[in-house]
Ligand binder design. Structure first.
Ligand code: MG
Length: 274
């Protein structure tokens, strides 16, 4: 398995692709409302991605029929937007945007509250976001993929939630999915050793119930086996000489380099609908 590292000129291009994906995600997140169809989200993502000079990476990827994944409530990931699926008050919805800009990909997702969340929805969504932060904070040269997985797993376990094992983060660059796989569980001090220039996603999927999943009848949509709520957050990151850089910061949250620095990365500037 060969793992690419990124040269400086590639890094600038990866930053631009990541910023475009993050801007589209933020734009769409601000427009989510009860009564909206998930197909309308797909239309917004196509339009906004193209307006920024990019192309939705997911469209046609391995036959995926839409420009974005919309995964609601017990859907873990890979939900296909539909004109027959409407957002309802109290739902949670993950929107996963990947933009290809000038040959490089940026991949980011958030789980949004639709209207006012119930306590279970709030718990699983906040836990998933804490898991993403914990996983990213484990990134620095010399640390290992198992350290990232463990940081995520222990954060979820402490909150009484489980981490999906069937789907991973992934290397990213000129291709949307490349080596290495980035598991969201693991043992500290195991797995690939991180080196500066490695770019990959961290995208933990956290379930309120058990970790088991199954694939729906459309062949794409992944749901929790026990019907419990599932939430996910994702950033594209790159290993830097002294830690990490988030390549998909939400607009206004740029400059999150690590370890330990998340300026206003949290509840205050959250795009969740109040
Ligand atoms: Mg991804």
């Amino acid at each position: 398995m060969s793992i690419e590292t990124r040269a400086l000129n590639d890094l600038a291009a990866m930053r631009r692709a990541g910023a475009a994906a993050a801007a589209t995600l933020s734009h769409v997140g601000n427009l989510l409302r009860p009564g909206m169809s998930t197909a309308a989200i797909d239309a917004l993502v196509r339009e906004d991605t193209r307006r920024r000079g990019g192309h939705p990476s997911q469209l046609g990827f391995q036959g995926f029929p839409a420009a974005v994944c919309t995964s609601r409530n017990d859907v873990v990931c890979h939900g296909i937007p539909s004109a027959h699926e409407w957002l309802e008050e109290g739902d949670i919805l993950n929107v996963d945007v990947t933009t290809c800009l000038h040959g490089f990909h940026g991949d980011t997702s958030r789980t949004f509250f639709i209207g006012r969340p119930g306590p279970d929805a709030r718990h699983v969504v906040e836990t998933a976001e804490r898991c993403l932060i914990a996983g990213i904070q484990a990134i620095r040269p010399g640390s290992q993929l198992g350290d990232i997985g463990w940081a995520i797993q222990r954060t979820a376990m402490a909150a009484g939630c489980s981490v999906v094992r069937d789907y991973c983060g992934h290397g990213i660059g000129r291709r949307m999915h490349q080596s290495p796989d980035v598991p969201h569980t693991g043992r500290p001090g195991t797995g690939l050793v991180l080196r500066p220039g490695m770019a990959f996603t961290v995208e933990p999927m956290v379930n309120l119930g058990g970790a088991q999943t199954r694939v729906g009848r459309d062949g794409w949509r992944v749901v929790t086996a026990d019907g419990s709520l599932s939430a996910q957050f994702e950033h594209t990151v790159i290993v830097t000489p002294d830690g990490f850089e988030i390549l998909t910061p939400a607009p206004g949250q740029e400059g999150a380099t690590g370890p330990g620095a998340f300026p206003s990365f949290g509840r205050e500037n959250d795009p969740h609908i109040p």
